[in-house]
Each structure stands twice: as structure tokens, then as C-alpha cells.
Design a protein around this ligand. Sequence first.
Ligand SMILES: N[C@@H](CCC(=O)N[C@@H](CS)C(=O)NCC(=O)O)C(=O)O
Length: 344
Amino acid sequence: MVTVHSARHILASLVLGGSILLVPAAAPAQTLEKIKARGSVACGVNPSLLGFSTRDPQGNWSGFDIDLCRALAAAIFNDPGKVMFTPLGTAERLQALAAEKVDVLSRNTTWTFSREASLKLNFAAVTYYDGQGFLVRRAKNATSALELDGASVCVQKGTTSELNFADYFRTNNMKYQLVSLPDADQALKAYDDGKCTVLTSDTSQLFAERLRLKAPDDHVVLPDIISKEPLGPYVRSGDNQWLSIVKWTHYAMVNAEELGVSKQTIDEALKSNKPDVKRLVGTDENYGEQMGLTNDWAVRIIRHVGNYGEVFERNVGTGSRLAIPRGINSLWTNGGIQYAPPIR
Ligand SMILES: N[C@@H](CCC(=O)N[C@@H](CS)C(=O)NCC(=O)O)C(=O)O
């Protein structure tokens, strides 16, 4: 017979058992705390991609993807120099992040379903809307990718590019000869040496890689875009605070551009009475503290690194060697799709 007392006891142990089950197994160490203790952000980057990730002879890194790492260091330490860069090749990049070799991966990596679902990673934000394209010899006089039937195609192994181009050729009933190379240098060399008639990859890379050919002006990027390649930083799943910091670091830069807050105007912005600007620069509310940072987190990013438009123009924009038009990476207010959720 179950007495009232023992029934209570059973109920209590069930509730207790239930609550034990609800406690997640060994909560992962908070990435932000590890970064603060280490004194730097560990950032996985492309070993070498003009405009996006390059190292000068003194060992200083610069580029569009590098600036995201610097913005994180600025937000956390008020010092964009506090980054430990780890060059990661295409094949090893996602596993290196999963194995905790870096805190964040910021290197022309496409947001895809399987990379999130099966590798237990989270994509933070689209810093660059890209798409796959084709680089060909000008002398070929091609005006569209549909004229590439029978082409030999150089592509890098283990990329979304390899999968997309095969789909595209098959869909359009075109024959191709695959020349699959283990890294970007070898893919470019094979193309330059005439081992293939076409080099395919993300269009941003084709703009960068074209400059490294023996005669860049003899080659053109065709206008066709055959895939969606939303590029941006990845983090490991399971640390929402860190995911938020990476996400909102990008969005702070996009919001700053939209509000006209830049390196030059940041001091004025601190005196602004505009509600949107006040929330961005932390003179209103405590958004920074809500993520474990200081309330001037966005000010630090803008002062040291700049807003999104400044980062884009400096590294890859029409004034840079790559000369990539803003295109769909313009703000939504200018006809593009860069659109940051509000800070509020
Ligand atoms: N966005 C695509 C392609 C990115 C990619 O890794 N591209 C190659 C060039 S085609 C690259 O960056 N290679 C540099 C390297 O392997 O070191 C993806 O995420 O799979």
C-alpha cells in the first residue's frame, strides 16, 4: 500500500530524477572566458587569399575575413591586435574548429545544411554573399557559361564548388572533364599552365586569383553565377553567448554603416541623440553587458576596424586591387541584401 508519505517520497524522487535529466551533461567551457584567460581570440583563416586573408613579410595579417577576427578582438579587448591566427586549408578547416583548435573560423566558408547539422557547428552571419562563377581565357570569346560544353574544369577538392559545377553541367546536358586539385595554388597553376580551360570557384576568389596569373588581363570572369555561396564565420554549437558575440559583431558593423557611423564619425556618434545610434554606441541600455562584453563594444569595433562598408571597400571594393563591386553586398537600403537585425 502506498501511504501519503511514501507517495510524496516517490513524487519527490521522480521530480528530482526529472530535474537531473534536464541538467545538460558537462556544460561546455564558455568560449569568451577561455578567450579572456588566454588574452587573444583564436581565429582560423585562409592561408592566402588576396583581399580576404593575406600575411605580409613581417607576419601581419590583413583582409576582409581577417577584419572579422580583429573586430572580435576589438570588442573583447579594445585591441584589434589580440588575435592568434591559424592558417587552415580547405580540407581541414571545419574539423579544426570542431576539435577546438580555434574559437572561430573566418575564411570563405559557405553556410550549408550539412556543415551545421552533421558537424555540430553554427554559422554565425553572412558577411559576404557570394556565388560560384567561371574564369576563362579571354581568347575563348565565351560570353556565357552555357558555352562551356566539353570544357576541362579545374576545381578544388572538398569544396561546395566541386559539387555545384558538376550539378550545373549535368543539368544543362554539357560534358566536362574534371581536374580536381588538392589546394588553391595547385588549382590556379593547373589552369595557368593550360591543363584546363576553366577554373571554377566562388566568384570573389576568381577576382583574387586572376591577379596571380601570368597575364591577368588575358582572363575574364564570366557573368554567370551558378550557386548561392553565403560566406561567413562558423563557431562550434553549444555556446550561445559566443555565437551571439560573433553574430552581433558583424551586425554592429552593418548597422553602423546604415546609421552613417564610421571610423571618422564615431566620436560624434557618442554625442548623438538619435535612439538607434545611442543603442549602437551604448549610451543607452546595456546591450554589451548582456553578451558578457562592455557597453561600448560596438564603439571599439568601429573605432579600430570600421563599419561594414569601410571593411568592404578597404579590402576588396572598387578602390582595391580586386575591384569587386558591392553588388548584392550593398545595404538593403541601397538595393542589396546586407540587412542587420536591430540592436534593441
Ligand atoms: N566557399 C566554398 C569554397 C571555399 C574554398 O575553400 N575555396 C578554396 C579555393 S577554390 C580555397 O579557399 N582554398 C584555399 C586553401 O585550400 O588553402 C566552400 O565553403 O566550400
